[in-house]
Write a protein that binds this ligand. Structure first.
Ligand SMILES: C[S@@+](CC[C@H](N)C(=O)[O-])C[C@H]1O[C@@H](n2cnc3c(N)ncnc32)[C@H](O)[C@@H]1O
Length: 198
């Protein structure tokens, strides 16, 4: 079974330990304090859409994709009635082509870290670079190998695995140790990694 089918099954079985009810504070801090200006934005693996809605409410023209139809249905319900215009789409970014040089900003929370090895990381980084316009930015929230492995819990990556995986497509502007913003009392440690397309 591929990773896409696994995620589709997780939503069908109601097993989504990554769900968070408020936008992740790491995203909010980055768009408040870093030069990530409102532009066309893409969230890959948007899940239930909380962070895409936040981007849209902060002036980003946001498209949000997920391979799970249930996730997109939940995201659309979360957005209903709010002042937001996210375009939610069921879309598998591994098997389908993303539009070329379309976006100024790509966000993922817990997607890049799912790539299991260097080759998979490079494939994903190249796809993201291809859909970003010149100088486009990618912000990724990535489980950190400095945290403890938990079950359930995110895949854990070292900073050097991240840097090796994004080269030669991106340069790192900032990488910072943090934790996921969620409702858990002891959230998993993460890297907050902001990159610019080379
Ligand atoms: C760890 S979850 C994180 C979800 C969301 N970003 C969050 O933090 O709540 C990873 C998400 O990526 C989606 N995903 C995995 N592979 C995908 C693919 N090939 N194309 C689109 N979405 C994918 C999954 O369905 C899942 O919603």
């Amino acid at each position: 079974m591929g990773s896409q089918e696994r995620f589709i099954n997780h939503y069908e079985n109601g097993f989504m330990p990554w769900i968070h009810s408020e936008p992740d504070f790491n995203l909010v801090e980055m768009i408040d304090n870093w030069p990530i200006k409102p532009c066309k934005a893409l969230e890959i693996g948007c899940g239930t859409g909380v962070d895409s809605i936040c981007l849209s409410q902060n002036g980003f023209a946001t498209t949000a994709i997920d391979v799970s139809p249930i996730a997109i249905e939940m995201a659309e319900k979360n957005a209903a009635g709010l002042k937001t215009e996210v375009e939610f789409k069921v879309f598998d970014f591994l098997t389908k082509d993303l539009p070329k040089e379309e976006y100024g900003f790509v966000f993922d929370r817990g997607v890049f870290h799912g790539a299991d090895n260097l080759a998979e990381r490079k494939i994903l980084a190249e796809k993201i670079a291809g859909t970003l316009a010149d100088n486009g930015l990618w912000l990724s929230l990535i489980g950190s190998a400095d945290g403890l492995k938990t079950d359930p819990g995110p895949p854990l990556r070292t900073a050097s695995e991240i840097v090796a995986g994004i080269e030669p497509f991106f340069k790192v502007l900032a990488i910072r140790a943090s934790h996921f913003g969620n409702d858990q009392s002891d959230p998993a440690r993460i890297w907050v990694c902001l990159m610019r397309k080379r």
